[in-house]
Structures are given as C-alpha cells and as structure tokens.
Design a protein around this ligand. Structure first.
Ligand SMILES: [Fe+2]
Length: 304
C-alpha cells in the first residue's frame, strides 16, 4: 500500500487543539506488565495521530530549499518509513510498540539543529508529550530512545532504543530506498548520470561497512536482504547503462533518469504513484523496473 505523504491541510490535531481529550479515558485491559510504561492507561491512536500531525507541520516542507543531503519533505517521508521499519523490527525483537512508534515519529523533529538533533529532539519530544498528557514513564522511554538514536546506543540500551537506531541507519543506507536517495543526492549535486553510476562502485562498500554498527538481529537480517537487493539493482543499472540499448520499454536507465529529473521535489511515494499511473512517455515499465517498484513499496512499508 502506498504511503501517503501529501502535505496535509493545517492539522486540527496539533498541539493546543483540544487538549485533555478522550484518549485518557479507557483503561488498558492487558493482564501482564513487564515494564513500567506498559502500565499506561492510554488509548494510543489519537495521540499517535496528533504526534504525526505535529511532525508533519514541522518537517513537511523542511528545509525550504534543497541543501546537502536534505530537501523539502525528505525528512518527513524518511520519518514515516523509519516508523514502519522500527515497528517491524520491534515486533521481532519484543519491543514496546507504543514507545517505538512515538520515538520513531519524533526522532528527527529537531533535524534542523544538525549534529545535536538527537538531544534537542529528546527535549522537544518531552515538551510535546507532556502537552499531550502522555504517561510520564512512556514519555521518558520515548525521549530516551530519541536521545540515543544517532550512534549513542550500546547492546545494553533498551530494545526500543536499539530498533529505532537500527531502523534510522537502515533507511538512509541500505536497500532500494537508499539507492533512490543516492541517485537523488547526486542529481542535486549536478553529477552527470555516467558519474553517478560509476561512483556506485565506491559507494556500495562504504555502506557495507555500516552493517557492523547494527545492534539487533532483526536489523542484521533485513539489512542482508536489502544489501543484496541494492547491489543487484546497481549492477543491473550499470550494465543496462553501459549497454546503451533501450528496448522500447521503460527500463532501469529510464528509471534513473526519472529519479534524477525529479530530484528538486523528490518524494518517493509520489514518484512511485506517478509511475504506477503511467510513465512520462507512456511506455510500459520493464520487468526489472516493475520489480524495483514493488521492492521499494515493500521497503517503505517496513516489510523488506
Ligand atoms: Fe532519521
């Protein structure tokens, strides 16, 4: 299913819009509690919806213009993918989904700060969650996960922290999504396609080295599959590009050019939707491109 990343109308669920709502009224009927924040008598969905709105308001069009490795909307779309992946990893690792989901949504809320965005993000998250009257123990676990997500984790940290850190690292560096990001960034830096494709030979080994940083088994497993997929995509693209023949279908070189042409307003969800509707000149997509699109959708949903 496609992730909807269309900028929303001003959000009625943001902070200050109807505090003290009904989400605190329903006690949880879970029988066994192993962690303090699981004692929370909170129905989570309305809180998640409001947090999602707050994050979209802040990151939906940040930064205003393309800069470095960021462009308008990238961080918000990345956030939604990290949520999907962190929840999937967390399910396999026994993490608390409430902590994982809120931490993933808020983890880059202060991305504009730069290097210190994890600590700044934890502070902002604390304020937001207090405003939403989220249970203190739950909020504390969320903020702790945000504070350690940029390289601050050790195997001794809570599993919620680990899955967030791993999901964040994977989204930016592994898989078809990371390859789409690579092509987009090179396009933003005005690199000709020849060079973008040849530079993949240096880029891929650098990514491989990051696999050692992952801390959960679930992340290591999914990364092995993503790594294989991205290597194969890069290999096929380089081969088709060198071959130079276009066989009448919308093939991998066309896909790379399509991504490049849309780098200024790069939005993966919208690009896939556009290609699913029709290619720019109406050609059918090749089997290789169809496979890439399906793989991208699986990765965006955290299923691969
Ligand atoms: Fe992130």
């Amino acid at each position: 299913m496609m992730t909807d990343v269309t900028p929303a109308a001003p959000c009625a669920l943001r902070l200050g819009a109807g505090r003290g709502g009904p989400w605190r009224s329903e006690p949880s009927d879970c029988g066994v509690y192993t962690k303090p924040y699981e004692r929370s008598h909170i129905r989570m969905t309305p809180i998640v919806d409001r947090v999602e709105c707050i994050v979209q308001d802040k990151l939906g069009d940040w930064p205003r213009q393309w800069e470095g490795f960021h462009w308008p909307g990238y961080t918000y779309e990345h956030t939604l993918r990290v949520r999907s992946l962190a929840l999937a990893l967390g399910e396999r690792e026994g993490a608390d989904p409430q902590v994982v989901e809120l931490a993933a949504l808020l983890h880059d809320i202060e991305k504009e700060v730069g290097k210190g965005h994890a600590a700044a993000g934890a502070e902002t998250a604390e304020r937001i969650l207090a405003e939403l009257e989220v249970d203190e123990a739950l909020a504390s676990a969320v903020c702790d996960a945000i504070a350690t997500h940029t390289g601050g984790n050790t195997p001794d940290h809570p599993v919620e922290n680990l899955v967030l850190g791993d999901a964040d690292l994977i989204d930016a560096n592994f898989g078809l999504v990371a390859t789409w990001r690579f092509i987009t960034i090179r396009a933003g830096h005005r690199m000709p396609m020849d060079e973008t494709i040849s530079s993949m030979a240096e880029w891929l080994p650098k990514k491989e080295a990051l696999r050692d940083v992952l801390l959960t088994e679930a992340a290591k497993e999914i990364t092995a599959a993503r790594s294989a997929r991205m290597q194969e995509f890069c290999r096929q693209l380089a081969e088709a590009w060198a071959n130079g023949e276009r066989n009448g279908e919308f093939d991998l070189p066309d896909l790379a050019e399509f991504i490049t042409a849309r780098h200024q307003t790069a939005n993966l969800g919208r690009q896939i939707a556009e290609l699913r509707e029709a290619t720019p000149d109406g050609r059918e997509v090749s089997a290789a491109v169809a496979e890439i699109l399906a793989g991208l959708e699986e990765e965006m949903a955290g299923r691969a």
